[in-house]
Design a protein around this ligand. Structure first.
Ligand code: KG4
Ligand code: ZN
Length: 351
């Protein structure tokens, strides 16, 4: 039997990406043009610059993905694309590219929720070991949420952030500590993790957010208070950001506290599920921040003591990429979840 092959296109934020994946989960090609270096000097992603860069690069990214796989558009079974959530100017670029290709070549179009793609990529080449339902922590620059994935297109949100996302907090703390080299192409979060490895996590005592198990938001997350507490120390007279020990110790203390908060909330949600008689076997952790090895190893420990099997997508599949969109396309195609060529992007889109 012929294997399904789907092209996935992603430009919801600051990476232009395309990839071709088949129904067995083989990656036939993958291309990413990262904008990390482009935005590094601005202290954040500049939406208009992101959109312009996607417009410049998208045709070449898609062509390269096809060329690397040795395929033509006519060989594809469908075109999948990020429909939202994300930056409007960025989403418009991938959506129009996908819609035009699909319509001209009369291929099925599949609009994908970006966070569903982050979650489902854990099943790529792994569908027998990782079956629905499963618990899923999605931690990225745009989102922080804990969900139960009941099936493709069927998610129940257990908790999400009340303010900043965890990725935002990593990025802002990293920048405030003047950690990253502005010419570097790695993300601010990854740069912070590197410093944290050499720091003392107990040097600065930071407040663990929402740290009362009886509080009404016991399954929600919050990172802005922690971020502010870090900023207050950094901005004080005794602290200088050009001293490596200070930078490393603060990076480690922040990472330790943020991880502690994550685990508290995961634990609360997990216990709540159990009292409702819901016992899940697998735990997926995905999204850009899931690249963080300190967070991974702590979640692994939690899984070990709670009879959960952890599933971490490969680090390169945790940050935004085209493969996860193509794979979500495969999963949705199999369920006949096809969209009309007239779809528009959805900037804010609950999972
Ligand atoms: O999923 P993603 O690529 O984009 C969004 O959908 O938001 O996530 C990007 C986020 C950024 O905040 C980046 O700093 C963070 O993931 N990140 C990390 C690490 N690698 C990427 N945060 C902490 N530790 C890392 N190793
Ligand atoms: Zn993402």
């Amino acid at each position: 039997p012929k294997k399904l092959r789907i092209l996935g296109i992603e430009s919801s934020c600051d990476d232009t990406a395309a990839a071709i994946v088949n129904c067995q989960g083989d990656i036939l090609s993958e291309v990413i043009y990262s904008q990390n270096a482009l935005h590094a000097t601005y202290g954040g992603i500049v939406p208009s610059i992101a959109a312009e860069s996607h417009t410049v690069n998208m045709p070449f990214v898609i062509k390269e993905a096809l060329d690397k796989a040795g395929l033509k558009v006519s060989d594809l079974d469908a075109v999948a694309v990020t429909r939202g959530p994300g930056l409007p100017g960025s989403l418009g670029v991938c959506l129009n590219a996908a819609k035009t290709l699909a319509a001209v070549y009369e291929k099925p179009l599949i609009g994908v929720h970006h966070m569903e793609a982050h979650a489902l990529v854990a099943r790529m080449g792994n569908t027998d070991k990782l079956q629905f339902p499963f618990l899923c922590l999605l931690i990225s620059g745009g989102h922080t949420m804990l969900v139960v994935a009941n099936d493709v297109n069927d998610y129940k949100i257990l908790g999400s952030t009340l303010d900043d996302s965890i990725g935002e907090a990593f990025d802002k703390v990293s920048r405030h500590l003047s950690i990253p080299d502005k010419t570097s192409s790695i993300s601010f979060g990854e740069a912070l993790e590197k410093y944290a490895k050499k720091g003392d996590p107990n040097r600065f005592k930071l407040p663990i957010p929402l740290n009362k198990s009886d509080s009404s938001s016991s399954t929600n997350f919050s990172f802005s208070g922690l971020k502010s507490a870090v900023f207050r120390i950094i901005d004080s007279d005794q602290f200088t950001t050009c001293e490596f020990t200070n930078q490393a110790d603060m990076a480690a203390s922040f990472q330790y506290t943020a991880t502690k908060h994550l685990l508290n909330k995961i634990n609360n949600s997990y216990k709540k599920l159990a009292t409702d008689g819901i016992f899940l076997k697998s735990f997926v952790v995905s999204g850009g921040v899931a690249r963080n090895m300190y967070i991974r190893s702590n979640i692994e420990k939690f899984c070990l003591s709670n009879n959960l099997v952890p599933h971490f997508p490969a680090p390169k599949l945790c940050t935004d990429n085209g493969v996860m969109i193509a794979w979500a396309g495969i999963e949705r195609f199999k369920k006949n979840l096809i969209d009309p060529y007239s779809i528009t992007f959805i900037q804010r889109w609950p999972l």
